[in-house]
Write a protein that binds this ligand. Structure first.
Ligand code: ZN
Ligand code: MN
Length: 487
């Protein structure tokens, strides 16, 4: 009945050395207010802007990664509006000839039955503009800091293609990864390097393909989790108004706090209110074929390509996603992959230990991934011993824990621990049968319950593994326990 129609506009600060139209240094974060300013970014009369080619490169890069067509003849325009943190009275932006248009980003989301399906979210445009200054409100005063003024800002606008919150979340995360992978920005949300603007309305009885007659815009959302909360809040707020027979109109709303609650700010301006016209101080930008080819040639591996590469190596999907999202882990596995060129079958198992046990212990000890005491040579030794039947999984767990305890980082440490602790897997059936017989003799109540609860045999297997200090071959244990309880 009430289906959401959602579109996003995302502003991303481009990673450059200097600002968009002047030579002020772009690394202002944390510096004294108004310490990175000049006549151009203060908007003083007569100051002339000079476009930053690196920022154009970054915009072309993200537009290309988002499958956009590139306007090879492009230009900047003035978007006229007044705000205290925009002293020129206009923002230099792009209007009818954005650098990128008609692209898409393919996301994957679960349907109602939990099956994953792929969907393309259309990108309407990618353009380049300048950021404004920052208003700092303190008591009855408002202070202005122009360090951010004139920072290069890429704006990515989607079509209103999102039908669910899950799609928005998947898109926002993948877009952020893509921005980071292409190197166009660090996309650090807490530094304001990536900000979301939401357009949301509810479809009632509109015919297929037609949009609701109103649109609510929520500006300046600084994190994906707040974005999710705002969507939930707005869906509820708008549904309640519509259910009571109320009417909604075009409106800009702002965040009240981080709970997702929004408050009305103003009735939304139309495009005409901005009086766009071509920026007379900057000549059109012509991107010749060679420039465009150099952008394409320098395109790094993108998140979805990396995911596909991991899946083709036999790595489990949830683990592949972690490796793509947390690049230091991904890079570690890439290194492992090159070391395992001749034994590719060990890759999925080694990755499982890395993403599971090793990551867990690093996190628990508050340690950086680079400080892992388990080297790739050690991990390769462990999983290949497991594959040869010389080490059990629980023995590997013990070895890894001991490596963390002992701060042993040197290559070969794993083998020394296996030796010193006598952790080599026991495959000898006669030895394992001794442990199995002992466990069966000591647990008559479990044996008695087997008729009602066949799963109880699993607890016997666990006890045998414990008695062997993790050394017994688990397949042999399972076989002998099943034989033992059946007799
Ligand atoms: Zn400046
Ligand atoms: Mn903008």
């Amino acid at each position: 009945m009430y289906e959401p129609v959602i579109g996003l506009e995302i502003h991303v600060q481009a990673k450059t050395k200097s600002k968009m139209f002047c030579s002020c240094a772009a690394d202002y974060f944390g510096d004294e207010p108004n310490s990175h300013v000049c006549p151009v970014c203060l908007g003083l009369p007569g100051a002339l802007p000079v476009p930053n080619k690196a920022a154009v490169d970054q915009t072309l890069k993200i537009a290309t990664a988002l499958n956009c067509e590139i306007n090879q003849y492009s230009k900047f325009d003035r978007k006229n509006y007044f705000y205290p943190d925009l002293p020129k009275g206009y923002q230099i932006s792009q209007y009818d000839l954005p650098f990128g248009k008609n692209g898409y980003l393919e996301i994957e989301t679960p349907d109602a039955d939990g099956n994953l399906s792929k969907r393309q979210i259309r990108i309407r445009r990618v353009h380049l503009e300048e950021d404004t200054g920052k208003s700092v409100h303190e008591g009855e005063y408002t202070y202005l800091d122009f360090n951010k003024s004139g920072m290069p800002l890429m704006e990515i606008v989607t079509e209103p293609d999102f039908d669910t919150l899950a799609e928005v979340t998947a898109f926002a995360k993948l877009l952020r990864q893509t921005v980071i992978y292409t190197g166009v920005s660090d996309a650090e949300m807490q530094k304001g390097q990536m900000r979301f603007e939401l357009n949301i309305s509810l479809r009632t009885n509109e015919p297929e393909g037609e949009l609701p007659p109103y649109r609510v815009e929520v500006k300046n959302i600084g994190s994906i989790s707040v974005l999710e909360k705002v969507i939930e809040y707005e869906m509820k707020r708008q549904r309640e108004i519509l259910e009571e027979g109320g009417k909604l109109s075009n409106e800009t709303r702002g965040l009240k706090d981080m709970t997702g609650e929004t408050v009305s700010q103003r009735v939304k301006e139309g495009e005409n209110d901005y009086r766009y016209f071509p920026e007379p101080d900057i000549p059109p930008v012509v991107i010749d074929d060679a420039w465009l080819a150099s952008i394409k040639a320098a395109m790094p591996e993108l998140p979805w390509t990396r995911t596909a590469r991991y899946l083709s190596l036999g790595i489990a999907k949830d683990q592949a996603e972690i490796l793509v999202d947390q690049q230091e882990k991904g890079n570690w596995v890439d290194n492992l992959v090159s070391e395992l060129k001749d034994q590719p079958t060990l890759i999925p198992e080694a990755t499982k230990w890395l993403v599971g046990e090793i990551s867990g212990l690093l996190e628990k000890n508050g340690r950086d991934f680079a400080a892992s005491p388990v080297s790739s040579a050690d991990l390769i030794y462990l999983v290949s011993a497991q594959q040869k039947g010389e080490l059990s999984g629980s023995a590997i767990k013990t070895v890894i824990a001991k490596m963390f305890d002992a701060e042993l980082g040197k290559s070969g440490a794993a083998a020394e621990i296996v030796q010193a602790e006598g952790l080599a897997q026991v495959n000898d059936e006669a030895q394992i049968k001794v442990w199995v017989d002992q466990v069966i003799a000591e647990n008559p109540q479990v044996i008695a319950s087997l008729a009602k609860n066949p799963n109880a045999a699993k607890s016997l297997i666990g006890k045998v593994m414990g008695l062997s200090r993790g050394r017994a071959n688990p397949q042999v244990v399972e076989k002998l326990v099943n034989e033992g309880v059946a007799s």
